[in-house]
Design a protein around this ligand. Structure first.
Ligand code: ARG
Length: 489
């Protein structure tokens, strides 16, 4: 006779258990609270497994048909929100299987032939991460396209370029935006790379050692879109580097977004005033009516914390674990879900902010012109036109800057007599290189900030991202900029 306690023990594995688990045990052990997200992958994996078991003669066609139909019903129940998840059933795998048993009876018990929850969870999670990578890469591409569109409009907009957050040299706003397009391109590449490595099928590795049944792992691999079955069953059930790698790529992407977000915060401050963020991505203050806070940018700046935290958490969980599966590995999911969600949300917020931001071109220009930002152009001119060694040219330019400082004007405010006072070899052609427009137009070396380069790079990215050929847009201002001849002699 079955003891009352035994009846309370887990019906999926409770054969040798006399007592039900402690409530605390159930709480610490259950993953259904978070792994229910894997239901689609879990059901897809089970359908592929059942189909393969029937094809290899391990399961009858009748049982297979009952299983496939039953799994579709379970899927529909979960999708419509009718499914009752049970914590006593621990995880998504046992919740689905138990419901299947309620629906189709004993045939459900045959589904678990030649597999274990260890290869099942490894399969489900790989499928899930693979899908999420595709989503993230799509979002990154969207943000890149948004940035490229803005960069084309701002190809000739002058922005101060900084080093040490000190005014360094004038650049174009378009060039600055395209810098992030490059970073995001590598981010997408890293995720795609991780996807290639993770795309192997663990299903059929069973608990850890493989199975005596004549299964066909190529068949399930193909059904689930995997490139091939994993080659080592121990590795297959205990590998979590596919998530680690994805989280590492996600962390780097989040770091890039954080830098950009920080620039949004700085640029939108009253002190800088370079951009205005839209009402849609800012908040007001309940006490200071004038305020417009860049909350979305600040939160994107911060998300790296939890994303990198997830990578760190999982590395620490995995460190020192002996082969093969240990329950520690169940800790992989919450942090990974949280991190991937955070990155996805950050990408969406950033895409919205980029589309909506309104640049203040006058402010940017004025700021770029301040602080003798074309001093390097003076030195370059001395080298190019007068054949003065760069070190000496640097020294002479230092004196020029110092004179402008004494006179309280910018470099363009110095007369030719002022220049000759410092070095008699300088002639009036120097004035052509003193404007910020001339400065940026001159930087036409490959990868440089010149407007023509920005338009060429924007067209290259547009072609790459859309798969259609795009020619570079024409410059708006007449060549060499509106304020003087910035061409290279
Ligand atoms: N919920 C478990 C996890 O996420 C599934 C695997 C359980 N395997 C086991 N042998 N208890 O890791």
């Amino acid at each position: 006779m079955v003891s009352p306690d035994k009846a309370l023990s887990n019906k999926m594995w409770g054969g040798r258990f006399a007592e039900a688990p402690d409530a605390i045990m159930e709480e610490i052990n259950a993953s259904i609270g978070f792994d229910q997200r894997l239901f689609r992958q879990d059901i897809a994996g089970s359908k592929a497994h059942a189909t393969m078991l029937a094809a290899t003669g391990i399961l009858t066609q009748t049982d297979r048909d009952a299983i496939l139909a039953g799994l579709d019903e379970v899927l529909a129940e979960i999708e419509s929100g009718q499914f009752k998840f049970s914590r006593a059933l621990e995880d998504i795998h046992m919740n689905v299987e138990s419901r299947l048993r309620e629906k189709i009876g004993d045939a459900a018990g045959r589904l678990h032939t030649a597999r274990s929850r260890n290869d099942q969870v490894a399969t489900d999670f790989r499928l899930y991460v693979r899908d999420y990578i595709d989503t993230l890469v799509g979002q990154i591409r969207g943000l890149q396209l948004g940035l490229v569109a803005r960069a084309e409009d701002e190809a000739e907009t002058i922005l101060p370029g900084f080093t040490h957050l000190q005014n360094a040299q004038p650049i174009t706003f378009g060039h600055h935006l395209l810098a992030y397009v490059e970073m995001l391109g590598r981010d997408a590449g890293r995720l795609e790379d991780a996807r290639k490595r993770l795309n192997e099928n663990p299903l059929g590795s069973a608990a850890l050692a493989g199975t005596p049944y004549p299964i066909d792992r190529d068949m399930t691999a193909q059904a689930l879109g995997f490139d091939r079955p994993t080659a080592n069953s121990l590795d297959a059930v205990s590998d979590r580097d596919f998530i680690l790698e994805t989280l590492a790529a996600a962390s780097i992407c989040a770091m890039h977004l954080s830098r950009f977000a920080e620039e949004m915060v700085i640029w939108s401050s009253a002190q800088f005033g370079f951009v205005r963020l839209s009402d849609k991505f800012t908040t007001g203050s309940s006490i200071m009516p004038q305020k417009r806070n860049p909350d979305a940018a600040e939160l994107v700046r911060a998300k790296i914390g939890r994303i990198l935290g997830a990578l760190n958490a999982l590395l620490v969980v995995m460190k020192g674990l002996p082969l093969a599966y240990s329950k520690d590995m169940q800790e992989d999911k919450e942090v990974a879900f949280d991190a991937l969600d955070a990155l996805s949300l950050s990408l969406a917020a950033m895409t919205g902010m980029v589309a909506d931001m309104v640049p203040n071109r006058e402010r940017m220009h004025a700021s770029a012109s301040a602080g003798f930002s074309t001093a390097t152009d003076v030195a370059d001119w001395l080298v190019r036109e007068l054949n003065i060694p760069f070190r000496d040219a640097h020294h002479i330019t230092g004196q020029v800057v110092s004179l402008a400082e004494q006179k309280g004007c910018g470099l363009e405010g110095l007369t030719i007599e002022d220049f000759k006072l410092i070095d008699h070899r300088i002639d009036s052609r120097i004035h052509k290189v003193l404007t910020v427009e001339a400065s940026v137009a001159a930087r036409a070396s490959y990868g440089g900030t010149a407007p023509a380069n920005v338009l060429a790079q924007a067209a290259r990215w547009k072609s790459e991202l859309t798969g259609e050929h795009h020619e570079p847009r024409a410059l708006k201002a007449k060549k060499h900029g509106g304020h003087g001849d910035g061409g290279i002699a």
